[in-house]
Design a protein around this ligand. Structure first.
Ligand SMILES: NC(=O)c1ccc[n+]([C@@H]2O[C@H](COP(=O)([O-])OP(=O)(O)OC[C@H]3O[C@@H](n4cnc5c(N)ncnc54)[C@H](O)[C@@H]3O)[C@@H](O)[C@H]2O)c1
Ligand SMILES: N[C@@H](CCC=O)C(=O)O
Length: 576
């Protein structure tokens, strides 16, 4: 045991060393590594070394290997038994390939995960920021190197992505979140009160929230799941993570990577299972401090209002933070002055990359009549070059499009296509085929409407269906006003034009129509650290993932005023 020396000088040195250690542990905010940059994307050119490495990872998940995925509570892996059924996770491109059987949490598991989150919090809260940050930087390094190809393979097979889409998501965006969040956290911690009277020290302490955070994550981005869990955990919170059943393969691998990177037991508790059952237990708990959600608007509205009702019933100790990014009905507005080739190819990418399953995907197109023929000719000629949509993902990894995620989505999209065929105001001008023999494939489809206010311009389909309206050039401003009012969402949108005045008009009038507004670029593909992401209106709380702002939602600031002066009279000068 440590003994203090009786010699004053040695004692003083020992004391200083203890104080210094504490200061390093709790107060010092070192510079973040200068190497923190956006991850470099690999290109996967034919015959490249990275192709071989990816192929090797893909073969790990062959037809006869179905992974057993457990729950993880306090670091303990819990597998299915008579109280915990399993759910299968299939490759959306190949019904016959079961990728995993997933243990489903029961109500007692949920209670245990909450209890664990609360107890693990005591140590995690005191863990110095540099250590918390290092764990996420280490995870990013593991993702970049040791697990790159496994995580890509899991995202490709489980979520139906092609290589490029898997790379920009599960490697680049995920790592960018983990690295930039560290930079942003440092910025936040360094933001301190700007005024101090003499004899006083004012300090801001960025406490994690008092209870636990509930992260409910979507299927479509491995990176988003990683960030919904990682951002609050970095700030000292503990998390109950309910992953999507349709991205469980990549999500579980990510959980294991975080563990290998040094994340202590109980900081993140991995809880696959019935969404309503788990949510019901979690959001009725008095220690529920925040919801970190990404998914559909309808689910978020439901959760938001239940939390509101619970506040009224005094269920919680705190007002829970509610952070949610949800749906979109994103637009491309093509002005007569736009470059036809650039704007049509950007529209192809925006609408059909990852089968239109990005919240940011282009789903409504307003096209200047005078350039519409050329535009649509170029768009459809290029669509014709896309490898046939029903190729199996294992053969068509390098193809531009793959399957939609599940039966429910497939059936919804098919019904939208079939309804369009019957609707006198709609005409399918490209695509319209579908096929679910092997996997859930929908052909890229363009539907022209002769009504600018047709409901197809306001409802989110979340698939490869683009609705187009051709407007008369003279109606440009009128159309802008309609774009603004057509949909309840406000996520992303683009103006394509070479005319500065036309751009200025759109930028001004569409101020609240999109949280991410693009000029002469597609409305997808925000990069962490470059384009902060999120929308308002019914697209979410717009807390901007990929920025420092979102981290501030997961701290509850304590202001500490320390006074070094003493008073010797209670009266003010005016009392004399
Ligand atoms: N704005 C953004 O940043 C962003 C990003 C990605 C996806 N999205 C949106 O997400 C949607 C697609 O993702 P999805 O299909 O995974 O969404 P979803 O709403 O079906 O599911 C999201 C999560 O909520 C869970 N969930 C479903 N029903 C629930 C319930 N009743 N109670 C509690 N949890 C429930 C799911 O299991 C999943 O974990 C689209 O609407 C898309 O626009 C938005
Ligand atoms: N950050 C992505 C959106 C993810 C939503 O699904 C983009 O900007 O396309």
């Amino acid at each position: 045991m440590f003994k203090y020396s009786s010699k004053p000088r040695v004692f003083q040195a020992q004391l200083l060393s203890i104080i210094n250690k504490r200061c390093v542990a709790q107060l010092s905010i070192p510079n973040t590594p200068s190497s923190l940059k956006n991850e470099t994307n690999l290109t996967f050119m034919k015959n490249s070394k990275e192709w071989d490495l990816l192929r090797a990872s893909l073969t790990k998940f062959n037809d006869n290997t179905s992974l057993q995925i457990p729950l993880v509570i306090n670091g303990e892996k819990i597998y299915s038994d008579e109280t915990r059924p399993t759910l299968s996770h299939f490759n959306p491109a190949k019904h016959s390939q079961e990728l995993a059987t997933v243990t489903q949490a029961n109500p007692i598991d949920v209670t245990n995960a909450i209890k664990t989150s609360m107890s693990a919090k005591k140590d995690w809260l005191k863990t110095p920021w540099v250590d918390r940050a290092s764990i996420f930087l280490k995870a990013a390094e593991l993702i970049s190197t040791k697990y790159r190809y496994d995580l890509l393979a899991a995202t490709i097979l489980g979520q139906g992505k092609n290589i490029f889409q898997a790379e920009i998501d599960s490697i680049a965006e995920l790592n960018d979140f983990y690295r930039y969040n560290v930079k942003y956290a440092k910025e936040l911690y360094s933001t301190q009160p700007i005024e101090t009277s003499s004899g006083v020290w004012n300090r801001a302490e960025y406490r994690p929230l008092e209870g636990f955070v509930y992260a409910v994550t979507p299927f479509n981005f491995t990176a988003i799941a990683g960030n919904l869990v990682g951002a609050p955990a970095l700030m000292g919170n503990t998390v109950v993570w309910k992953p999507s059943p349709h991205s469980i393969l990549s999500n579980y691998l990510l959980y294991e990577i975080l563990e290998e990177a040094g994340l202590p037991k109980g900081v993140v508790n991995f809880l696959p299972g019935d969404a309503e059952l788990i949510t019901n237990e979690v959001i009725n708990d008095e220690n529920f401090s925040a919801l970190h959600f990404t998914g559909s608007t309808s689910v978020f509205k439901n959760l938001f209002s239940t939390i509101g009702q619970n506040i009224n019933k005094d269920v919680y100790k705190d007002f829970p933070r509610i952070v949610g990014e949800t749906g979109g009905k994103n637009f491309h507005l093509i002005h007569k002055s736009a470059s036809v080739v650039h704007s049509s190819l950007s529209t192809l990418r925006g609408a059909f990359e990852y089968q239109g399953q990005k919240c940011s995907a282009t789903s409504r197109l307003y096209l200047s009549e005078s350039i519409s023929n050329q535009f649509l000719k170029n768009l459809t000629e290029n669509l014709n070059t896309i490898v046939p949509h029903n190729c199996s993902i294992s053969e068509g990894l390098n193809s531009f499009m793959g399957p939609v995620i599940h039966k429910q989505s497939y059936e919804k999209l098919v019904s939208k296509i079939e309804q369009a065929k019957e609707d006198p105001d709609l005409e399918i001008i490209y695509g319209g085929k579908y096929d679910s023999k092997d996997g859930f494939f929908i052909q890229p489809t363009i539907i022209e409407s002769n009504k600018i206010d047709h409901p197809y311009f306001s409802e989110e389909f979340f698939g490869p269906i683009l609705v187009v309206y051709k407007y008369k050039d003279k109606d440009y401003e009128k159309v802008i006003n309609i774009i603004d009012k057509t949909s309840k969402y406000g996520l992303t949108g683009s103006i394509f034009s070479k005319d500065r005045e036309a751009i200025r008009t759109a930028e001004e009038k569409l101020r609240y129509s999109a949280g991410n507004f693009y000029i002469n670029d597609k409305c997808t593909g925000a990069v962490v650290g470059q384009q902060w992401f999120g929308g308002s209106r019914m697209s979410g709380t717009n807390d901007k993932s990929g920025s420092a702002n979102i981290l501030s939602r997961f701290v509850s600031v304590r202001n500490v005023k320390e006074n070094f002066q003493e008073i010797n009279d209670y009266r003010y000068p005016s009392n004399y």
